[in-house]
Design a protein around this ligand. Structure first.
Ligand code: ATP
Length: 341
């Protein structure tokens, strides 16, 4: 390692279920890419989630939050929320704490995976802090529960601006705002009003609005009509899983939670307890989340090399995991990516 090597401090949360397996895979390929391009990493690792709660009595230790606040960049595997006991989700808590309002999810086909829709390339911008995920729920009486859907002008405008700025910078041509304003006239109506106002500042980008149920059908009939999807928290959560199915499943789609000064990278998938600890998990989603992270910390060369290595392994098709029709385990896939680097 040369004296010029830049050392990036990154908070790492391996998480629950398949989390530790995919996190270990991610760390080893990022280290390998860094060695090739002259950057290094200091990982600050913390146990968080349901398994950490059983072990240490805490689901999200203050030390982990302090580390994220200091490092400004974190990458995490999926974390589960202990059932019962009134715990709120770690993801929701971290998104609120660091105001990570922009959940950025690129959905792009990889070579060599057989799907009904080759050549998908779209981005989902999901508002990450409001909507029904604001966590404002009450039991009105034992038989009636109420969840509050919060949509604000500030929240809607800033996610719309993120989507339009991204589209302008990266040559994306079309943005669809996804909503249900025909029923939720006030909340989704406000969301659309804000999207429309931002769209007016970007006349070079085509702006359209689709109702969320129609969008689900359209995505299955003709996904190619979408370029950038801009939506609220709940619709974004659901559409992300749908879109991951278009390109081969949850094991592939990366994500970033972005705020004004902090970024947490994580895969779209959950902790998949059915395959945990069996060397079956596909680490591609977290590895591609790390590619987004490398771009974020201005290590484009390492990012591009790592992405190229992943695509090479998929194009060759000999070392892919079972969820995408292959036959190898997490470790063998990881070794193949390192060899491709
Ligand atoms: P959550 O509610 O935590 O978001 P989810 O309901 O989206 O979770 P997941 O845990 O993401 O569910 O997984 C659903 C199924 O998809 C799993 O049971 C597993 O079989 C498969 N799966 C998810 N992620 C992966 C992966 N990385 N590799 C292989 N299979 C996966």
């Amino acid at each position: 390692m040369s004296a010029l090597t830049h050392i990036h401090k990154i908070t790492l949360i391996p998480g629950d279920g398949i989390g530790p397996e995919v996190a270990a895979a991610m760390v080893s390929v990022v280290e390998a890419a860094g060695k090739l391009t002259g950057c290094a990493f200091e990982w600050h690792s913390f146990e968080c989630g349901a398994e950490a709660y059983e072990k240490n009595g805490e689901i999200l230790p203050q030390a982990a939050l302090d580390s994220i606040a200091a490092d400004k960049v974190a990458i995490k595997g999926p974390t589960a929320t202990p059932i019962g006991g009134g715990f709120s989700s770690i993801n929701v808590a971290m998104r609120k704490k660091f105001d990570l309002y922009n959940n950025f999810r690129p959905v792009k086909s990889l070579p060599g995976i057989k799907t009904n829709y080759p050549g998908i390339d779209m981005i989902i911008f999901r508002e990450n802090t409001e909507d029904l995920y604001a966590g404002l729920e009450v039991m009105i009486n034992p038989d009636i529960a109420q969840s509050l859907k919060i949509i604000t002008r500030k929240g809607s405008t800033r996610i719309a601006r993120s989507a339009f700025e991204y589209a302008k910078k990266h040559g994306r041509k079309k943005i669809h705002a996804i909503h249900k304003a025909n029923i939720m006239k006030k909340s989704d109506g406000l969301f659309l009003e804000c999207c429309k106002a931002v769209a007016a500042e970007y006349p070079e980008i085509t702006y359209a609005e689709h109702i969320v149920d129609n969008t689900c059908m359209q995505l299955v009939m003709n996904p190619y009509q979408y370029d950038v999807i801009l939506t609220e928290n709940l619709y974004g959560d659901i559409l992300s899983d749908l879109c991951s199915g278009l390109i081969g499943g949850l094991g592939l789609v990366p994500g970033a939670n972005l705020g004004a000064d902090t970024a947490i990278f994580e895969a779209v998938h959950g902790s998949a307890p059915d395959i945990a600890g069996q060397d079956k998990a596909n680490p591609t989603a977290l590895i591609q989340s790390a590619v987004l992270m490398l771009h974020h910390i201005d290590e484009a060369e390492a990012a591009n090399k790592l992405q190229a290595a992943v695509e090479k392994v998929y194009a060759e098709g000999k070392s892919t995991t079972r969820d995408v029709g292959g036959s190898v385990g997490t470790k063998a896939f990881t070794e193949a990516v390192i060899a491709a680097l």
